[in-house]
Write a protein that binds this ligand. Sequence first.
Ligand code: ZN
Length: 209
Amino acid sequence: MISRIEDQPAPTHDARGTEPLEGRVDLPRIEAAVREILIAVGEDPDREGLARTPTRVAKMYAELFGGLRQDPAEFLKTYFNEEYDELVILKDIAFNSICEHHLMPFEGKAHLAYLPDGKVAGISKLARVVDAISHRPQVQERMTVQIADILMEHLGAKGVAVVLSATHTCMTCRGVRKPGSTMVTSAVRGRCRSDARTRNEVMAILYDR
Ligand SMILES: [Zn+2]
């Protein structure tokens, strides 16, 4: 039986139904969908400038949503054993993501702090965690919480603080159109939450521009 792309349900899991589908993005399906959008808004998808647009958009989505096929915790499996028990802070990690409500980009900076308990992560690994979590349909609030929880759980940190500030194009380019507005979200865990002195210290550093 021949079934068309649009007749097939979107696969989300493997044959066993347990593991998320990995390593596969259905590029032809995205191409067909983008072509449909162009027709729906009244464009001619076959005119010269648009002819290869569906292909480009499909590849772009595969890249922007590449985090769906990554487990961010993987990046924390390699760490250094250090007796350092002071705050580790990494600021100004640039990220971009796609708002899941409008499929429009939001981008900004992530600032992370954690209080290690024997395990210190490589700084590039922290940036990779941010990338894996941002490269999927997201909302900034959830992204902030996910980064904090992954650092707590997989680094065994005594405390974690995460601050994200971002500009959302769904707010600057459409709707209320407020260019220049930024949204700031934070998540604090462990001693960065329960110990007032640690919390004040870490927040002063993370919010200092
Ligand atoms: Zn939005």
